[in-house]
Each structure stands twice: as structure tokens, then as C-alpha cells.
Design a protein around this ligand. Structure first.
Ligand SMILES: Cc1ncc(COP(=O)(O)O)c(C=O)c1O
Length: 354
């Protein structure tokens, strides 16, 4: 061990890879910073985290992650302001959500200090990796998986918590065309939809591939029972604006409690926008599209912040959304990113300095 940061032992890499990286051409989540945080759960307790060079991990073929899918993760970002100060956005919410996911997947909960102090130590060490170009950020991926062995279907007795980071450029999703799902479900009552569990995403891929074959970019998930209510947009929460009311579905067993979603609700209300958290029926959205009162639909999530929807398909018909000059989507994206990058004050107390 060469170093201690925030009480975390650090083994530094011998040579940084940073000079090989073109910071002006970063595909999202595909280049990784020099170090990662690793913390093992063994013999009934989480051990002290350590920071080591970013590297592959070796697992036994019987490791339970491969068979029973005990795997959860988070997604968050670090932002550098013009003074080179580094900021996180509501990081405790990610920490708490990781433990909500852990509980549901019978994974032992992680001490919050390991998450927060470990993350801050990692960011201090790899702060050069946080992009400074406009819209750039360091994407942070904390995750836990079952590393314990055995071909029997029961929770593992060993786990690994890792935080890896990936510099990313501004994320422009473009305007997307979405299909409202009429058959498949992302999640169900009593299931794991509210957890950020790897299997939720595996289950989304096939229906999404089918939608892509039909010319759409993404699926709008509907409730598993009737498919009459819209719930999420791909791996994002969803907002619908009818006239000047902004609506989003209430969180439930089936919906991820997105940090961007709840921030957008608060910012929109502070801007004087009428926000309704309510079940949104496909019928009311289709009717609004037909009578011209449907103004906007957008997804919300850490990666893209807001992702405007250009058109949606339902029961064989496509409906276009209007091009608005002063959309709620662009206003809300500006407000939230201004807070994240420390370009404005933070009346909500969401920013945390590293
Ligand atoms: C299924 C799903 N819904 C919503 C979100 C948005 O959550 P957040 O705003 O916390 O990134 C995510 C993750 O980004 C997600 O995976």
C-alpha cells in the first residue's frame, strides 16, 4: 500500500492510461479511469474497502452471480466546475437506493460510510479523469454482485462491492421515437422493478430489440396487468406534458425511484409549473396527441438528464409530438445541470463537494 485517502488504503497504478484517452471523443461508458474501489463481504461482514488499479476480476465458475443473478448497481456522475472543484449530485440518494436494491436481492447492506468515503477517495485520486469540456462528466458505476460459490439456489455467502468510473462526453440522445409496449413487461407487482437489479435490464433487451426492428429507438413500459398505463421510458422515468401540466407516474413496486425524476418534480414546481404525479393512461396520451394538447414527452435519468421523445407508436399508429421552442424539457435540463456543474446556487441543497 502506498497511500491512505479518507482512511482507505490505496495501491496506485504504475503508469496512468490517461494520455491514451481522447477526451473529445468519448463513447459513453467505454473508457475506464486508472483506479477502482473494491470492498469484499466475507464471514458475515463487509471488510475495509481498498483502492487498486482498474483490472479484471477472477471468479469461480460456480459464483452465484452467474447462476442466480444477485447483482445490483447504481449510476451517478461527478462534475468539475470552472475552478476545478469536483461535485456530486445527491450521492446519498444513490447510496440509499443501492441498499434498497440490496435488501430486495437478499444482498447484505453496505455501510454508508464505505460508499461515501470510498467514492470521495476514488474521485480525489482520479480527479484528472473528470472531463472539463462542456457537458462532460465522470460517470460512476457502483455495483455489488454475489462472488460466493455453489450450484445451490440460495443467497451467496460472499459479495463484492466495486466502484468503477468512466469519463464521458456530453450525452445527446437525440430525439427518440418510442413504442408503447402492449405485450411485454419490465416488472410486476411484488417483483424487483424498483430495485436497480441487473436482471431487470436483461429482461428489457429482447422487447427493445423487437421495437428497434420495427423502427423505434426505445420501449415505453406499461403496467404489467393491463398495459393501459405508461410507467417508464427504456431505462429512464417518463414525463408527459399535456397543455401546461407536467405529469409523471407515481413510483411503485414496478418503477425505479429515479433521482433525476424527483429532482425534476421539485425544480418544475419551483418554476411554477403545474406537476401531477398520477397514473397516466395510454388512452389519455393518445387522445391528447389527436387533439393537439400533447405538448411534450421526455425520459429522465442520470446519463441523458432529459431525453425528448419525438414520436410514439401505439397499436400500429405513430403519433408525432410538436417541435417546441421553449420546452419544459430544455428549461428543466438547464436548471438541473446548472446545479450539477455549480453554475448557479443550489436552493435544494443537492450538491456535495468532493
Ligand atoms: C429503469 C430506470 N428508470 C429510471 C432511471 C433513472 O434514474 P436516475 O434518475 O436515478 O438515474 C434509471 C437509471 O438511470 C433506470 O435504470
Amino acid at each position: 500500500m502506498e497511500n491512505i485517502i479518507n482512511n482507505i488504503p490505496v495501491t496506485k497504478c504504475e503508469k496512468s492510461k490517461i494520455s491514451d484517452v481522447d477526451f473529445n471523443n468519448l463513447a459513453f461508458g467505454s473508457v475506464f479511469s486508472d483506479h477502482m474501489l473494491v470492498c469484499d463481504y466475507k464471514n458475515g461482514a463487509w471488510e475495509t474497502p481498498t483502492i487498486v488499479p482498474y483490472q479484471p476480476i477472477t471468479l469461480d465458475p460456480s459464483a452465484k452471480i452467474f447462476h442466480y443473478g444477485q447483482s445490483i448497481f447504481e449510476g451517478m456522475k461527478a462534475y468539475k466546475d470552472t475552478n476545478e472543484d469536483v461535485w456530486l449530485f445527491r450521492p446519498m440518494d444513490n447510496c440509499k437506493r443501492l441498499n434498497i436494491s440490496a435488501k430486495r436481492l437478499a444482498i447484505p447492506e453496505l455501510p454508508e460510510a464505505y460508499f461515501m468515503e470510498g467514492l470521495k477517495a476514488l474521485l480525489k485520486l482520479d480527479s484528472n479523469w473528470i472531463p472539463t469540456n462542456s457537458g462532460g462528466s465522470l460517470y460512476i458505476r457502483p455495483f455489488i454482485f454475489a462472488s460466493g460459490n455453489g450450484f445451490h439456489a440460495s443467497p451467496a455467502n460472499a459479495y463484492k462491492f466495486i466502484i468503477a468510473t468512466a469519463p464521458s462526453g456530453a450525452y445527446f440522445s437525440g430525439k427518440v421515437k418510442v413504442a408503447i409496449e402492449e405485450k411485454y413487461s419490465r416488472s410486476a407487482n411484488g417483483g424487483v422493478g424498483y430495485a436497480k437489479a441487473g436482471g431487470n435490464y436483461a429482461g428489457q433487451f429482447y422487447p427493445t430489440q423487437l421495437a428497434i426492428q420495427k423502427g423505434y429507438n426505445q420501449v415505453i413500459w406499461t403496467d404489467d396487468n393491463t398495459h393501459e398505463y405508461i410507467e417508464e421510458a427504456g431505462a429512464m422515468n417518463i414525463f408527459v406534458r399535456i397543455n401546461d401540466t407536467l405529469m409523471t407516474a407515481p413510483t411503485s413496486d414496478r418503477i425505479l425511484d429515479g433521482i433525476t425524476r424527483k429532482s425534476i418534480i421539485e425544480i418544475a414546481e419551483a418554476e411554477g409549473i403545474n406537476v401531477e404525479v398520477k397514473k397516466i393512461s395510454v388512452n389519455e396520451v393518445v387522445e391528447a396527441a389527436k387533439n393537439g394538447s400533447l405538448k411534450e414527452m421526455f425520459g429522465s435519468g442520470t446519463a441523458a438528464v432529459v431525453s425528448p421523445i419525438a414520436a410514439f407508436g401505439y397499436k400500429g399508429t405513430d403519433y408525432d409530438l410538436p417541435e417546441l421552442e421553449n420546452s419544459y424539457a430544455s428549461l428543466l435540463k438547464k436548471r438541473i445541470t446548472d446545479i450539477q456543474y455549480n453554475r448557479t446556487d443550489d436552493p435544494f441543497g443537492w450538491r456535495v463537494k468532493v
